[in-house]
Design a protein. Structure first.
Length: 143
């Protein structure tokens, strides 16, 4: 298996609302529409998909129970090239229906980060470090 993640799919409770949050609010590019039943956003390196939560659960297993209580143990990170971008993105998320879970602040590892949750409570960390380098496609250099 090649070490690559092609698509991250989020099970969402309201496809139209999540589409508006990601497309209209955070300005993720897509040619998909909610009427298609699934939304694909092209991001640098990985595709983000939105799919109705109950349909995603059924796709995994006919007996899977959907229980979104508590922390799921999963966060999605967006790494920025400037410290100012962290605050800008957190504010953008808040303006379009996201909830600031942890305001941006200096971190113990020498960076700057904060967290927001989307309309379905998926957690996003927005983080900056002056030690990070980016590939020409915008993806983070991992060594």
């Amino acid at each position: 298996m090649e070490p690559r993640i092609s698509i991250i799919t989020l099970g969402v409770s309201d496809l139209e609302k999540s589409y508006r949050f990601y497309h209209d609010g955070l300005e993720f590019p897509t040619t998909s529409k909610p009427e298609s039943g699934i939304i694909f956003f092209q991001t640098s390196g990985t595709c983000l998909a939105l799919y109705p939560l109950d349909e995603l659960a059924k796709d995994v297993s006919s007996t899977l129970l959907v229980d979104r209580k508590g922390f799921t143990g999963i966060t999605i990170a967006h790494n920025t090239k400037t410290k100012e971008e962290v605050d800008t993105i957190l504010e953008l998320a808040a303006q379009h229906g996201g909830k600031i879970e942890k305001p941006a602040q200096d971190t113990s590892w020498g960076g700057y980060s904060g967290y927001f949750s989307d309309p379905d409570a998926y957690l996003w960390e927005v983080a900056y470090s002056d030690a990070w380098e980016f590939n020409t496609d915008g993806s983070l250099v991992i060594e």
